[in-house]
Design a protein around this ligand. Structure first.
Ligand code: GLC
Length: 707
């Protein structure tokens, strides 16, 4: 599989260099294009868009957004190229977010592995399968930082932290490239900061927050060589991102030297009319193109710019620059040389055993063990009766999660199917979807209950903001009923966001956060529950006690009245305990780890110097296990109020029982700096580093930065 991907990627490179039109060929093509043909290259349609029909015969558009199969794409390509005067091929784009046919866990789950290689694997295999399906370009990775669990698209990103999010962003870009497709960092920018967690809502923040929290993963994607960016729906500080020259030209191209192309989000160009920022379609198109948006997704508005070019309101050079970027992307994607998909490839690459095995491994590492009182888990395999409760247990469709591209439930393993396969003949499994009385009876008649509860796949993802992140009331009642039976209960949570489960956290001995794990999800859950694999996931989003706590995250700014349970006049709620239910970075294993000897290599360092933080971690349990050792930095006194702590590094360790290892972390400017209008600076003064298993605990050492 890896060999195929490398061969494919090399072929792509060679084709790009040897047979593909070189820059001069793009120049010649550009010079021979009419204005109508140029503006057409800046438009993307979907196959069922009525405006596409008349254009198809003349090949007058640049890209089609389509999940259709390779054969259908070839028909469209053949029609367009036969009709196109200059034989410019279509660039096919699609949302390959966490797999194409073999579906991997949702990105929020993959991030919980704290292993960029898992993201790279998902992207690489997604790329291989998508390319075989005729896709040249994916609208991924989604790298939006999200700190509000009410927002449904928290499912699609890496969670609340810019450091982890940046590592994942770069890994996805590498993976898509290895799989042979172009990548697209989205949604630029700060889409995840929508007011109230309401999708498409406005965002408003200081430039420091934007620079320190929301932009870093985009910068990481750009530095990793991502081929395109997608401008976001939201307005940022009063300017729609799709019309923001500051974001797209000044920062992305000016500061970051991004050389690729920018596509709008779905009709986000003409949505600037609803924003009250554009007076009509042509005005919206002009604002977007002049901001730096090269391609209009589905608004079908760029064709109206011909009049502005004629009047000089839009310089022809701006159009030419945008067209060049699109043509260069087509060169890079190899579509000039290979415009048609090989229709024999899908049968060879879709859902292969290797791809399924990779999806299972990523899913295993994405699962977070939240609670395991009395070491109820792993379940022994001795003959027993398992009562499996909750209709999600038997839903392979929900296991796919949102944005599952061409994944199909028929190919997907539900939790129930996974448990049945793992439990074998000497265990009896009784499944009760949702009837409380039947569930109670089954629980009473069982040795252990496995309750599978949470969200269906359409309760997160796009346009799926929720006012409540608690368990739906019928599920809560079902859970309380089966717990009342007095048998041991394991709660398996399926969701696209962190859920508030305070009652379960008190009354259910074992809780597993399984997110939406994709095609092999049911096998992965069973692997963890029966101990074939030890859990190693850690939260990349803070889990609140209640919706009312949202937004709540580990890197919150200090206040003058830090929360204190016993002091009334401190920053907290009167009806909920202080702090999250489970902190950022939390995750249990089937063993235990001890931290000791946290130290810093020097008492002080120069502003442009460095020190090394270290700690000893020992597996103090009886089973092998993976520990994610996390390093948090605090800046107790600064010229601006700083976060209580911020994740700045981590290491995954696999330790045998009794094994100890020293972990070292270099600390320099990138771990200590803060953003100012004059740029990034390291301020002198005292810094603290905390090394621990999650954001709420660890051992701390301090040092000074001196002038
Ligand atoms: C959607 C999403 C974007 C996606 C695009 C194409 O509205 O915002 O993430 O890539 O449209 O499906």
């Amino acid at each position: 599989m890896l060999r195929n991907a490398i061969v494919l990627a090399l072929t792509l490179t060679v084709a790009t260099n040897a047979q593909q039109p070189s820059a001069s060929r793009v120049d010649k093509l550009l010079a021979s294009m009419t204005l109508e043909e140029k503006l057409a290259q800046l438009s993307q349609y979907v196959p069922d868009q009525p405006e596409l029909k008349p254009l198809l015969q003349k090949g007058l558009f640049g890209s089609i957004l389509s999940g259709a199969d390779a054969a259908a794409k070839n028909v469209l390509q053949r029609t367009a190229m036969d009709g196109s005067r200059l034989k410019i091929p279509i660039l096919f784009g699609h949302d390959v977010i966490h797999g194409y046919k073999t579906i991997f866990p949702i990105p929020l789950a993959i991030a919980s592995s704290w292993d960029p290689e898992m993201a790279e694997t998902s992207a690489r295999i997604g790329g291989i399968e998508a390319r075989a399906g005729g896709i040249h370009w994916t609208f991924a990775p989604m790298v939006d930082i999200a700190r509000d669990a009410r927002w449904g698209r928290i499912a699609e990103g890496a969670g609340e932290d810019p450091y982890l999010g940046s590592l994942m962003a770069a890994a996805y870009v590498r993976g898509f490239h290895a799989g042979g497709i172009l990548a697209c960092a989205k949604h630029f920018a700060a889409y995840g900061a929508a007011e109230g967690g309401r999708d498409y809502g406005s965002t408003d923040m200081s430039e420091r927050t934007l620079r320190e929290v929301y932009l870093p993963p985009f910068k990481a994607a750009s530095d990793a060589g991502v081929d395109s960016f997608m401008s976001a729906f939201n307005a940022l500080n009063g300017v729609p991102a799709t019309g923001s020259r500051w974001l797209i030209t000044d920062i992305l191209r000016g500061e970051w030297k991004f050389k690729g192309f920018v596509v709008s989000d779905w009709t986000s160009v003409t949505e600037m009319i609803a924003h009250g920022y554009a007076s009509d379609r042509r005005h919206a198109a002009r604002l977007a193109l002049m901001a730096g948006v090269d391609m209009d997704m589905v608004s079908n508005s760029y064709g109206e710019l011909a009049a502005d070019v004629a009047s000089g309101a839009v310089p022809l050079s701006v159009v030419d620059t945008a067209v060049r970027r699109v043509l260069e992307a087509k060169v890079k994607a190899g579509v000039f040389d290979q415009p048609f998909a090989d229709e024999s490839r899908p049968a060879k690459v879709m859902l292969t055993p290797d791809h399924r095995a990779a999806a299972r491994r990523v899913a295993q590492r994405s699962i977070v063990l939240l609670r395991n009182e009395g070491n109820l888990l792993p379940l022994s395999r001795k003959a027993r009766t398992l009562a499996v409760i909750g209709k999600l247990a038997d839903s392979s469709e929900d296991m796919l999660g949102p944005w599952a591209a061409e994944g199909e439930k028929e190919d997907t393993i539900s939790v129930l199917a996974g448990l049945r396969a793992a439990a074998g003949a000497d265990n009896r499994i009784v499944y009760v979807p949702d009837d409380r009385a039947a569930a109670l009876a089954a629980a009473r008649d069982s040795d252990v209950v496995i309750a599978v509860l949470g969200e269906s796949r359409n309760m997160s993802g796009e346009a799926a903001s929720r006012t409540s992140i608690e368990l739906p009331s019928d599920q809560q009642q079902l859970l309380e009923a089966v717990v009342a039976a007095g048998k041991p209960v394991v709660l398996v949570l399926m969701s696209g966001r962190p859920l508030a489960i305070p009652w379960a956290a008190e009354h259910v001995p074992a809780i597993v956060n399984a997110w939406f794990l994709g095609t092999e999800g049911g096998h992965a859950v069973a692997d963890i529950l029966f101990g074939a694999v030890s859990p190693s996931g850690r939260l990349t989003v803070t889990m609140p006690r209640a919706t009312g706590q949202v937004p709540i995250y580990h890197a919150m700014l200090r206040t003058g009245r830090p929360a204190n349970e016993t002091e009334k006049y401190t920053s907290k709620y009167i009806d909920t305990k202080i702090g999250p239910l489970y902190p950022f970075g939390h995750g249990l294993t089937y063993t235990t780890f001890e931290y000791s000897d946290v130290r810093v290599s020097a008492a002080s360092m120069a502003r442009n110097g460095s020190v090394t933080a270290s700690a000893t971690i020992r597996n103090s349990g009886t089973r092998a296990g993976d520990e994610v050792v996390q390093l948090y930095v605090s800046d107790p006194v600064a010229s601006t109020v700083r976060p209580i702590r911020e994740l700045k590094a981590f290491r995954r360790l696999s330790l045998a029982p009794g094994e100890a290892r020293i972990v070292t972390f270099p600390i320099g400017a990138s771990e200590l700096q803060l953003w100012t209008p004059g740029g990034w600076v390291v301020e002198p003064g005292r810094f603290e580093v905390t090394i621990g298993p999650d954001a709420s605990r660890g051992m701390t050492a301090a040092f000074n930065v001196v002038e």
